[in-house]
Design a binder for this molecule. Structure first.
Ligand SMILES: C[S@@+](CC[C@H](N)C(=O)[O-])C[C@H]1O[C@@H](n2cnc3c(N)ncnc32)[C@H](O)[C@@H]1O
Length: 265
């Protein structure tokens, strides 16, 4: 039964991201190269090798990775999202270096030990079993490999937001009229302010998103049907059980995210 439930929940996630791809204007973001962020340092240290981005979304990370790796793969559950990734890679001129694969983070279609670097940024917490996704990620990492994972942090302000305002928004979304009045006309404008302020805090840049971009971000944050939240102790125990160790850990987005680098001891 758990397998059937997982399949159903992955379909829900797939359908969610087919409707609202994670198209939120973070491409070419300085965060990918910044020496002040764990991710920026992790990326700039890459010199060649094979790289996998699990839950690559519309390819936000793929172009910067393609500039540094020899071979890059992006995997995502959502076809619509992958279509956008194709477009973005084409625009960045990095398309020929990247292979895109439709598939699940829980059953990666790759050989054990195939990759030098693996990324799972904001994706494992949308699977029905982040723990299983974590161990699948470790399986495809080679002996000297390192992985960068970003997961929602338990008990953060965003955890509370998802379970309160998010619950109302998800209920309203079931009814067309309520979805229009409460979600699109009431919550979404508030969310726009949250988005603009958040981007300013993270990137120190005033960025006014397009309507569709705001809607996608709102949907990602509040309408997402499958979201899990985790503690650093929990992830440390997963690492321990999988024969890995956490080499670096930091919080980001005002404590909403746990950013973790793992490797073999
Ligand atoms: C919040 S977006 C993050 C996208 C990208 N990593 C980024 O940081 O810009 C989450 C992505 O994970 C993908 N995803 C969710 N569950 C997945 C699964 N079980 N297998 C593969 N991808 C999945 C979604 O389709 C979506 O594109």
């Amino acid at each position: 039964m758990p397998v059937l439930r997982d399949t159903h929940r992955q379909r829900q996630t797939q359908s969610h991201y087919d409707t609202f791809p994670y198209e939120v204007g973070v491409r070419q973001s300085l965060v990918y190269e910044s020496p002040h962020t764990l991710m920026g340092r992790f990326i700039t240290e890459i010199k060649g090798g094979s790289i996998l981005d699990i839950g690559c979304g519309p390819g936000n990370l793929l172009a910067p990775l393609a500039q540094r790796g020899n071979r890059v793969w992006g995997l995502d559950l959502s076809w619509q999202t992958l279509h956008l990734a194709v477009e973005h890679l084409h625009q960045s001129g990095q398309g020929s270096k990247v292979q895109l694969v439709q598939g699940s983070a829980l059953v990666l279609p790759f050989a054990s030990g195939q990759f030098d670097r693996v990324f799972a940024v904001g994706s494992l917490h949308h699977t029905p079993n982040a723990r299983a996704g974590f161990s699948e990620l470790c399986r495809v990492l080679n002996a000297e490999g390192r992985a960068y994972i970003a997961l929602y942090r338990k008990y953060s302000y965003y955890h509370v937001l998802y379970q309160t305002l998010g619950k109302i928004a998800r209920l309203c979304e079931k009814n067309r009229l309520l979805a229009l009045i409460i979600n699109r006309l009431l919550i979404l404008p508030l969310f726009l302010i949250y988005f603009v302020l958040g981007r300013w805090i993270i990137h120190r840049r005033l960025q006014i998103p397009r309507w569709q971009e705001s809607l996608n971000y709102f949907a990602d944050q509040l309408l997402n049907p499958v979201v899990s939240f985790h503690t650093s102790a929990e992830i440390e125990s997963w690492a321990h059980q999988t024969g890995m160790k956490i080499s670096e850990i930091a919080t980001a987005h005002a404590g909403a995210l746990l950013n973790i680098v793992i490797c073999r001891p």
